[in-house]
Design a protein around this ligand. Structure first.
Ligand SMILES: [Zn+2]
Length: 264
């Protein structure tokens, strides 16, 4: 499966994944904080929400009315700081339909407190926002439709965090996303037999993984291809990251880049 960068508006085949940001917590002009969207016929799903979210969604050709779901992986600013602005902008744009937000209790409790600081209950004619609390258990079902089956598992980061497995029943393709984590068996399980694993490579530190460790997880899970994400962008030699992952994983490895698209 080859990534292709394509900024045409909308008309390309779905379902597809569009990377909206690929950087670690310190973004630069070419790499927004890590977040992504899955586009389908019936549901479009934003995974994490940063910066000014509707700008990147529109740049990627996403119809905002078609955004049905937001999965929040954990409560760190480089993953959830865009939530208040997304919710407010959709309201100002006249949204009527419900928006579903999924996450662990630790995440959703704080997101709702964050919104309470903005007094969002006093915003008139606000559309329904439905919170779906996920249990801290491996392979918890997140949502299921004709187009997707999505599962979440706890991973090992600095705060409670989930990684994701997205199965596309119509094409029998599988996508896995580690989110922020040290190498852990739950990510190997999430990614088991996946066509694509998107794995963080922030570096060797507590709660994160190096590119070499991402390669090890890819090898253990026997995935088809590995994309590195959440990497340091400020002056780092990014070509080294791919080489490091190739030392531990024999399959194709590439950097996830902003606006990269993968068809499923
Ligand atoms: Zn984090």
């Amino acid at each position: 499966m080859q990534p292709s960068v394509d900024r045409r508006k909308g008309k390309t085949p779905v379902p597809k994944l569009i990377i909206l940001g690929s950087s670690n917590a310190i973004a630069d002009q070419n790499h927004e904080n890590t977040h992504m969207v899955i586009l389908g016929h019936e549901r479009s799903i934003l995974i994490d929400c940063v910066s000014n979210p509707i700008v990147r969604l529109r740049m990627a050709g996403v119809e905002l009315d078609n955004l049905t779901d937001v999965i929040l992986t954990h409560f760190h600013p480089d993953h959830v700081s865009g939530v208040p602005l997304l919710l407010m902008d959709l309201w100002l744009l006249g949204r009527k339909g419900a928006l579903n937000i999924y996450g662990l209790e630790h995440t959703l409790e704080r997101v709702q407190k964050m919104m309470d600081f903005y007094d969002w209950s006093a915003w008139p004619n606000f559309y329904p926002v439905i919170f779906h609390q996920l249990p801290e258990e491996e392979m918890s079902p997140v949502l299921s439709s004709q187009e997707y089956r999505i599962f979440a598992s706890p991973v090992n980061h600095l705060v409670p965090t989930i990684g994701l497995r997205v199965e596309f029943p119509q094409t029998e393709k599988i996508l896995a996303y580690s989110c922020d984590t040290e190498p852990v068996p739950s990510v190997v399980n999430l990614a088991s037999g996946a066509d694509v694993l998107i794995h963080e490579s922030a570096g060797l530190s507590r709660g994160h993984s190096s590119a070499g460790q991402a390669g090890q997880v890819a090898r253990q899970a026997e995935v088809g291809a590995l994309f590195l994400i959440h990497y340091p962008t400020n002056g780092s030699d990014l070509s080294q990251l791919v080489e490091q992952a190739q030392q531990t994983f024999q399959g194709p490895v590439a950097l996830a880049e902003d606006f990269m698209e993968l068809d499923f």
